[in-house]
Design a protein around this ligand. Structure first.
Ligand code: ADP
Ligand code: ASP
Ligand code: MG
Length: 413
């Protein structure tokens, strides 16, 4: 007998038929004698629709009311799955974030889980009842509903698994595991049997949306084994394929580059011809930090006479309008430089713990891109990742070329 958290994403609960299919997956694990808590997302597309409504109602909406609106999709699927389970003879009850309760801070729209009360859930296990929990939501100290940021049901699931000491957290989605890159873009992508928390954390934060970044962070901190698997596999059969996200030492075969991620959510801002005097970079990035704007890649070039600099950096596209506003406000103090921005860029990142101990990984990336005449606009590195910014139109070409150059293509595509 094991204690398991099973999480089902949007496409897995997209309609009543898919919800009935999920109920069969739950039944298989329940009938095997396991203690089960289930976490569900909203039906696919629902949260986008709710976000759209909140924005249409007012672009400057109150963040607390935004959360009241966008958290509602998960309430529907939790209730429907509990009904579907009861229909096939499995005792089940739905739970909203506040009913557990799942305590969060009050950063509406991107709240962090502070603690989870496990008493209610432990009671359900004693009664052999399945708890069906609405993902993505919690309750703040002020008693208001909060949401955990897009894709946050993954984090709900891992946090619950940590709180109840689950043996494993199974993330059911529309692909049968974590691939070397997004299998919807690169057909030759191959599924990994295992991936380390560190690598998964980098891939997630660099754009691989199969797991929300915070869920991986939490799994790593609390040592929760996470299994990514497909809800589209036959629910009557014991699932055999999937990817286990676990500690590095549990992985025998390590590739130098484990996977490649891409993100189209970045924008590039260039500030041209600022006087190159000490303090100028601080003068730019200080006010951006004060305005809570995330800055990722930074490149600075100096003119041949050493008098002027061009500073280029990237920021999430959602922060772009505020970044431009902030720069506009300090433009005079920078000597009125030209400020230009572009959103048609993609960040491509290669990730692998093997990069710590192997030379030449970066040189290879630059060569592959240059052979295809793809211009690199900016670069950042860390111990286990290397990211380059390129024009968005070359995204697929670059992904495919790098994927094959690092030996990641599946044998049979
Ligand atoms: P869910 O609704 O179940 O939470 P998501 O859409 O959030 O599912 O995540 C699954 C999607 O992640 C897949 O359909 C796939 O296109 C995408 N994806 C991106 N990178 C990867 C990767 N490296 N491995 C697997 N899937 C990936
Ligand atoms: N429904 C939420 C979203 O679409 C949370 C999730 O699916 O994980 O972002
Ligand atoms: Mg998701």
């Amino acid at each position: 007998m094991a204690r398991l958290v099973l999480k089902f994403g949007g496409t897995s609960v997209a309609d009543l038929d898919r919800i009935r299919n999920v109920a069969q997956h739950v039944k298989r694990e329940y009938d095997a004698g396991n203690e089960i808590a289930v976490v569900v997302s909203a039906m696919s597309g629902k949260t986008n629709e709710l976000v759209g409504w909140a924005k249409d109602a007012s672009p400057m909406h109150d963040a607390r009311e935004y959360d009241a609106v966008v958290s509602s999709g998960e309430q529907v699927t939790a209730g429907l799955l509990a009904i579907a389970l009861q229909n096939i003879g499995i005792p089940a009850r739905s739970w909203l974030g506040w009913q557990i309760p799942i305590h969060t801070d009050d950063t509406h729209g991107a709240a962090r889980i502070k603690s989870i009360d496990s008493d209610n859930l432990n009671e359900r296990f004693k009664e052999k009842q399945v708890a069906v929990i609405a993902g993505f939501q919690g309750i703040s100290e002020n008693g208001r509903i909060t949401t955990l940021g897009r894709g946050g049901s993954d984090t709900s699931a891992v946090a619950i698994a940590a709180a109840i000491g689950a043996d494993r957290c199974d993330i059911y989605t529309d692909v049968d595991g974590v691939y070397t890159t997004d299998p919807r873009i690169v057909k030759q992508a191959s599924r990994m049997n295992k991936i380390s928390y560190e690598e998964m954390l980098e891939l997630a934060s660099l754009g691989a949306k199969v797991l929300q970044t915070r869920s991986v962070e939490m799994a790593m901190n609390y040592n929760v084994p996470v299994m990514v698997r497909s809800s589209f596999d036959d629910p009557s059969k014991k699932l055999e394929t999937g990817t286990l996200v676990c500690r590095e030492e549990n992985i025998v075969e390590q590739q130098i580059v484990a996977g490649i991620a891409y993100s189209k959510d970045e924008s590039k801002i260039s500030i041209r011809n600022v006087s190159d005097v000490p303090g100028i970079v601080a003068g730019i990035f200080g006010p951006l930090a004060d305005a809570n704007i995330n800055v990722d890649m930074i490149v600075q070039n100096i003119s041949t006479d050493g008098k002027f600099a061009n500073v280029t950096f990237t920021t999430p596209t959602s922060d772009l309008p505020r970044a431009l506003e902030t720069l506009e406000a300090i433009k005079d103090s920078l000597g009125k430089p030209e400020i230009v921005s572009a959103s048609n860029v993609t960040k491509i990142s290669i990730v692998g713990v093997g990069m710590r101990s192997h030379a030449g990984v970066a040189a290879k990336m630059f060569k592959i891109l240059s052979d295809r005449s793809i211009n690199i606009l900016a670069i950042t590195t860390s111990e286990i990742k290397l990211s380059v910014l390129i024009d968005a139109e070359y995204t697929e070409l670059a992904l495919r070329a790098l994927h094959s150059a690092y030996g990641l293509d599946a044998e049979e595509a």
